[in-house]
Structure formats: structure tokens, C-alpha cells
Design a protein around this ligand. Structure first.
Ligand code: ARG
Length: 432
């Protein structure tokens, strides 16, 4: 039996086959349901322009539905001699229905087929990432409110600077995530365009109704120009990776803070014993391995846009097989991102925040600016007040008043939690 869609009477060398198929048989499994969805839309369109008979369409749709059921049951696999999901599904269809199964590929190429699959896949994955970000966001906002009265040192140059608070700290990461979500939303809008009908990358002489498949597949619009549609492979993945990189940068930064705040020299936060890890030699250890792994993963995720950029740099216009390798990079990256987000949410649900941190004498100088400001409010010019408190610090007579009255928008006493929540709600609308 000929196992290749492109078979011309000879079978390729086994080594060549293995090398070129790579991890597709495994990775393509995640595209299977989308491949069926794309094919259903495509054949409905073919029927509408007379390229499939009236009686043929329902037979093919039934056949595809049966395959969809196999996929949903988790029983779908790509057979050893079959090179990708597109070939496997078409083969299953022809095995069930005979020659009529071979009709579904009119006006289409695996190049726009894989593009459609990836677009539909990434659309769902972006929703999944957005959901995980939103959940963590909610957790951070709740913690920010819960601990809003707990002061902590704020640092500049990693030197004690001014009073900060856990309300600010948790709330800062919540708001930072709203910016990252703007990038995720942009990636979603770039993703949600229909490449179907671009065929091998240059269209078809059939009068394909591309608006019909756009509507059937729920895309916002087509990629109109067929060459631009083909170019969207790579462009879309890079946009998704940039958004993931942005989220990873925020989350990695937070993971670093937690590692540091857990260090005994700070001891600002801790976790229940069962969420920490031990040492094989030092009996006392309770290590923050979760946040170290998270930091490492998030740092590595920020290299994904670069990896994709290098993989796709200066490719000739049109389809090139190199594009296949993007799946190897992007699929695990998306999973790793959602894993990290879910783990962060899980860990923060158990975080223990220390009280009265700033009462310690090592944080005395946190309050110098408060002192300066008090003098300013009593009429002393700022520069003079600054000099006076500076002299007290210098000659050892400075005594801190550990009171903080910050009231302006976004400060420790006015966290703007609702306003930040509104930003997130607005951007979340993108994801439907
Ligand atoms: N596995 C291929 C990919 O991901 C599918 C498209 C193959 N197209 C081709 N002309 N060989 O790119």
C-alpha cells in the first residue's frame, strides 16, 4: 500500500523518513481535532461551490465525525508509516468510505491545512494561557487586599530605601500581568485569521469561498493575500512566543523575589513544610525549589522568541519544511508556561506573610523620607528638611517614626485594586 499522500510509485528511504518526520507523529496528535474541524469547513465550502456532490457531503461529514469521536476518546494515533496527522486522517477516511474520501483535498494543500490546524490550536491554547493568567491575577489581587496593611522594606540598588507593603508587592505583579495580557491579546488577534484557501501558498484555480470557511471556523477575518497567509506561519508563532516571554518575565521576576524573601536574612515569607524541599546533608533545610525551578523555566521561556526567530530567519518566501520544527519549540513552551502559572497560583494559595517586619532596627532608615516629608508639611523647604534629616542620620541622632500615610493613587494606602481589575477584565474580553 502506498502510505504517502504524495506517493509517485516509490517509497522513501527509512532514514530519510525518520529524519524528516521528526517528532511530528507525537506532536501532531494535538492537532488532530482541529484538522478534522478544518476539513469539515473545507468540504462544506467545496460542496457550496459544486466541487462535491449533494449526496457526497453528508457521507464525508459523517466519516469525519466518526474520526472526531475516535480522537475525543483518546484512541487516535498516527501509524508508523504515516508521516503526519493530515495524511492519517485522510487515510482513515478513505479506509472507511473508499474513493470518495480522496475528494476532500481539492483546492487545498497540507501547507494551508497545517496552518489552519495550528491557528485553531493556538487560539485554544491562548485561551488556556489567558485563563491561567487570569486565575493567578485574581489570587494576587486577593492577597494584595488581604495583606495591604503589612509593611515590608522597599529597596533600590538592593539597599533599604522606603517603606513598601505586601499590598503593593502582590498588587504590582497583578498589574504587570495586565500588560503581558495585552501582548497575549495581540497574539490572539494575529492568530485568529483564516489562512485556509491559500493552499500551497499561492491559492487555487477553484473559486474557493474563503469568507465561508472564515465564518465556519469562527475566524475574525481571512488572511486575504495568499502569500501573506503562508507567511503567517512563523509570524503567528513568534507573536505567541513574545506574549509568553512577557508573562514569563513577570512570573520569573516574582519567583526571584520569593526565593529572596524566603532567605533567612530576609524571612519575609514562608510556606508550609510540605511545599518546601530538603537537603540530603543539611538536616535543617527547607528550600524554595519550586520557585527556583519556576525562575529557571521562566528565564528559559524568554529564549523561545529568539529560538523561533533564528529558526525562521531569512527563509525563502513560501513554505519551507523548516517551519515544521516550530512545533517542537512552541508546544512544550505553551505547556511549560501554563504549568508555571498554575504552580504559582497553587503556591501563593499557601504563602505565609510575616507581620511587623519593618519594626526591626535594620530597617530604621526606611522612614527617613517620611520624616523629611513631615518637616515639609510643617513649612520647612524640602532641601532644608532633607539636609536636617541627613545630618541626624550622619551623627547618629535619627530616630524613626514608624508611621506611613501614603494616600495617593497606586500607593500603599490606595492600591487601586478595582481599577487594576477593570484593566484585566477589559483585556480578557479579547478571548471571548
Ligand atoms: N508536517 C508538515 C509541517 O508541519 C506538514 C506540511 C507538509 N507540507 C509539505 N509540503 N511537505 O510543516
Amino acid at each position: 500500500m502506498e502510505t504517502k499522500l504524495w506517493s509517485k510509485g516509490f517509497e522513501p528511504d527509512k532514514m530519510i523518513e525518520q529524519f524528516t518526520v521528526g517528532r511530528d507523529r507525537e506532536l501532531d496528535l494535538r492537532l488532530a481535532r482541529y484538522d478534522v474541524e478544518g476539513s469539515m469547513a473545507h468540504i462544506k465550502m467545496l460542496a457550496s461551490i459544486g466541487l462535491l456532490g449533494r449526496e457526497e457531503l453528508p457521507v464525508l461529514l459523517d466519516g469525519l465525525s466518526e474520526i472526531a469521536a475516535v480522537i475525543e476518546r483518546g484512541e487516535f494515533e498516527i501509524e508508523p508509516d504515516i508521516e503526519d496527522v493530515h495524511s492519517q486522517i485522510e487515510l482513515m477516511l478513505t479506509r472507511r468510505l473508499g474513493d470518495i474520501g480522496k475528494k476532500i483535498h481539492s483546492g487545498r494543500s497540507r501547507n494551508d491545512q497545517v496552518l489552519v490546524d495550528l491557528k485553531l490550536f493556538m487560539r485554544d491554547e491562548l485561551k488556556r494561557v489567558a485563563g491561567a493568567v487570569d486565575k493567578l491575577f485574581g489570587r494576587l489581587q486577593a492577597l494584595s487586599e488581604e495583606h495591604k496593611d503589612k509593611l515590608m522594606p522597599g529597596y533600590t540598588h538592593l539597599q533599604v530605601a522606603m517603606p513598601s507593603s505586601f499590598g503593593l508587592w502582590f498588587g504590582a505583579y497583578a498589574e504587570a500581568l495586565t500588560d503581558d495580557m495585552q501582548m497575549l491579546a495581540a497574539a490572539y488577534r494575529i492568530t485568529n485569521q483564516n489562512p485556509l484557501g491559500s493552499a500551497a501558498g499561492y491559492g487555487s484555480s477553484f473559486p474557493l469561498d474563503r469568507m465561508m470557511t472564515t465564518q465556519l471556523l469562527g475566524f475574525d477575518a481571512p488572511h486575504y493575500n495568499v502569500v501573506a497567509a503562508q507567511m503567517s506561519r512563523g509570524k503567528t508563532e513568534r507573536a505567541v512566543a513574545a506574549a509568553i516571554g512577557a508573562i514569563a518575565s513577570t512570573l520569573g521576576h516574582m519567583a526571584m523575589d520569593v526565593c529572596m524573601w524566603m532567605c533567612q536574612n530576609f524571612s519575609f515569607v514562608s510556606f508550609p513544610d510540605e511545599l518546601t524541599t530538603g537537603s540530603s546533608i543539611m538536616p535543617h533545610k527547607k528550600n524554595p525549589d519550586v520557585f527556583e525551578i519556576m525562575r529557571g523555566k521562566c528565564n528559559r521561556l524568554q529564549s523561545v522568541p529568539n529560538e523561533l526567530a533564528l529558526l525562521t530567519a531569512n527563509l525563502p518566501l513560501g513554505y519551507n519544511r523548516d517551519l515544521q520544527l516550530m512545533k517542537d519549540i512552541l508546544f512544550p513552551a505553551i505547556d511549560e508556561m501554563t504549568d508555571c502559572l498554575e504552580m504559582a497560583d497553587f503556591m501563593l494559595a499557601h504563602i505565609i506573610v510575616k507581620d511587623n517586619i519593618t519594626d526591626d532596627a535594620r530597617y530604621d532608615y526606611l522612614f527617613t523620607v517620611e520624616e523629611v516629608n513631615r518637616l515639609v508639611l510643617s513649612g520647612v523647604p524640602f532641601r532644608e528638611a532633607y539636609r536636617k534629616v541627613g545630618e541626624e542620620v550622619q551623627n547618629g541622632t535619627y530616630r524613626p517614626v514608624r508611621e506611613v500615610h501614603h494616600t495617593h493613587l497606586g500607593s500603599a494606602g490606595n492600591l487601586a485594586t478595582a481599577e487594576i481589575a477593570a484593566k484585566m477584565a477589559e483585556v480578557m474580553k479579547t478571548f471571548g
